[in-house]
Design a binder for this molecule. Structure first.
Ligand code: HEM
Ligand SMILES: [Cu+2]
Length: 559
């Protein structure tokens, strides 16, 4: 029996979320390729120099916000209902949050793309970080607000399902996948409150003309209060797949359920009190608080290192079950020709590289070297752009047959797709990192300044630009392969007769009974998380608002 037979309504909800996610991925990826080509200086025909920022905003919003959040909603709806073995309480409620998110996302996207059509009054060239003094059309902020509220209601839906299950099972440990979804959502409620205040109290009224000015430092701080934890909102669903699906795909079982719980609790505690590490160069924030943020950030490496250990141990266990031997010889026994496995494993490998460049970003002193250069997109295309994106694609290969009842189509394309993405990203990200070291700025259509020449540290500047463009084109090709497989599987229905995916997930080697019950005390961890935030943010925030909520203000930069 596939998931779709047990939970037909929920399967539809998962399907729709994933399809919106992958559509956003397709459009956003096309914009990415255009950017890479534009920056070479040779292929400028696609968009004008000014429109570059419209495209860049579309790329960032569609990929970093829309694609990731819909994918998360699809994966968590599947994980919660599967692990609790009960459907969401009400299809109507589920369609409400899905609808709110969709309407919000479409409003934001249409407002951004309106910038490409001179006759339309809409525009929002404010980049996906959208902070003042850049100002967008009110429809953009209203769309964002709907989108965030929709995501909150999605979390309510998973909590409701969990509470009902709890009523029937008062003494059981929370099933792991549900535990992961709930801790992620608690983190999301705490952190997205910051961006909700930023949008609803400041940016939307300002863009409607109801207030004349906003305080850029305060609104930036509110943004980054949310802007770091949001990266865990992208990553935790990838971890969720690595912990619960990847061991099975490797032919084994999860090494340790308790370690997985510890990791998710650590993310809940530490994701938010670190946001100042995005503001190292902002004046007006005391250096000591930047230092605290840096220290917390370094602690945040711990859950990722624990994950690397647990996931690799599970993979090794799987490979040895399949007859793998030797210190590293077992690696050969892993199913590298299985697209879902290869996608997750390559995503994890790239994430390790992203972790290293992330440590450079996080260091208060070396951050100055790479701040606002192409190094930064070089870094996060390894993390969100691959660790999350490629894992979500891989999860799609595994999940689509289960949620549609159809066999995976174009399997040979699916088999090579993760490798195509891996090669494209290796080229693009490597060149972006090096270009950043040469001082080439990010978010700049044509980075040529009078009397400044960029010196390549290794290789030349035009070589790096070319490598970014070639890597970006290969990535887009990888994306097209993926979309052919997924939409082919969805539309090319062959019925339920020959499903090749076995959706069962085996029990871990070490189960939840090996950990103290306090790990499941979500109220306690939420309280500790809030306490840490008060310590990290209380004083600097109160200093920022002590001179008035809207002052010192700043005139808008019209876009
Ligand atoms: C086809 C694959 C992709 C290509 C070719 C691509 C290319 C690029 C390029 C060249 C930039 C830098 C532009 C600049 O700073 O001037 C960029 C920025 C960015 N990319 Fe990608 N990218 C791809 C996929 C992704 C994915 C999958 C994600 C996230 C899930 C992502 C998220 C971002 C974000 C958030 C930015 C920063 C936008 C900003 O600075 O406002 N990209 N991308
Ligand atoms: Cu961060």
């Amino acid at each position: 029996m596939a998931y779709v037979d047990d939970f037909p309504t929920d399967a539809r909800i998962v399907r729709w979320n994933m399809l919106v996610a992958f559509t956003a991925l397709g459009i956003g990826g096309l914009f990415g390729m255009i950017q890479g080509l534009h920056r070479t200086g040779y292929f400028r025909g696609f968009v004008s120099s000014a429109d570059y920022y419209t495209v860049l905003t579309g790329h960032g919003v569609l990929l970093a916000l829309v694609f990731t959040t819909f994918a998360l909603c699809g994966l968590f709806t599947w994980g919660v209902t599967r692990s609790l073995d009960r459907p969401l309480p009400s299809a109507r409620f589920a369609m409400t949050w899905f609808g709110l998110m969709l309407v919000g996302a479409v409003m934001a996207a249409v407002t951004i793309l309106g910038g490409l059509v001179p006759q339309m009054p809409l525009n929002a060239d404010v980049l996906y970080t959208f902070y003042a003094p850049m100002k967008a059309h009110p429809a953009f902020y209203a769309g964002l607000a709907l989108f965030i509220v929709g995501s909150w209601l999605a979390g309510v839906d998973w909590f409701r399902t969990y509470w009902r299950w709890r009523g029937d099972n008062p003494d059981q440990r929370i099933p792991l996948q549900t535990f992961m979804a709930l801790t992620t959502m608690l983190m999301w409620y705490i952190s997205s409150a910051g961006v909700a205040v930023e949008v609803l109290v400041f940016l939307l009224p300002w863009s409607l003309g109801l207030i004349q000015q906003v305080d850029p430092l305060l609104t930036r701080t509110l943004f980054w209060y949310f802007g770091h934890p949001v990266v865990y909102f992208w990553l935790m669903p990838a971890y969720f797949i690595w912990y619960t699906v990847l061991p099975k795909l490797s032919g084994g079982r999860l090494f340790s359920d308790p370690l997985a719980r510890v990791v998710f609790v650590l993310f809940l505690l530490l994701s938010t009190p670190v946001g100042f590490h995005h503001q190292y160069v902002d004046p007006g924030i005391p250096e000591g608080f930047k230092f605290i943020a840096m220290t917390n950030t370094m602690f945040l490496l711990l859950p990722s290192l624990l994950t690397a250990f647990t996931v690799v141990a599970s993979m090794e266990h799987g490979a040895r079950q399949r007859g793998g031997e030797g210190r590293l010889g077992w690696l050969r026994e892993l199913p590298w020709d299985e697209p879902a496995f290869a996608g997750c494993a390559l995503a994890g490998l790239m994430f390790a590289a992203g972790g290293f460049s992330g440590m450079i970003n996080a260091g208060m002193n070396i951050n100055y070297l790479i701040h606002n250069t192409l190094w930064v997109p070089g870094h996060f295309h390894l993390t969100v752009g691959t660790a999350s994106a490629l894992t979500f694609m891989a999860a799609g290969y595994w999940l689509f047959p289960q949620i549609t009842g159809n066999r995976l189509r174009f399997r040979s394309l699916a088999t090579i797709q993760p490798y195509v993405w891996f090669i494209g990203m290796t080229l693009m990200s490597n060149a972006m990192h090096r270009a950043g070291l040469a001082g080439i700025p990010r978010r700049t259509a044509e980075p040529q300044y009078d009397s400044i020449t960029f010196q390549g540290v290794v290789g030349g500047v035009s070589e790096m630009r070319l490598q970014i463009a070639i890597g970006g084109t290969i990535l887009f090709l990888g994306l097209v392969l993926f979309l052919i497989v997924i939409f082919g599987t969805w539309l090319g229905g062959s019925g339920n007769d020959s499903l090749r995916v076995n959706g069962a997930i085996p029990a871990p080697l070490s189960g939840p009974e090996h950990s103290p019950r306090i790990l499941d005390n979500l109220k306690l961890w939420t309280a500790v998380a809030i306490l840490l935030i008060v310590l990290a943010y209380g004083l600097p925030l109160s200093a920022m608002i002590s001179d008035g909520l809207f002052a010192p203000g700043s005139p808008p930069i019209p876009v």
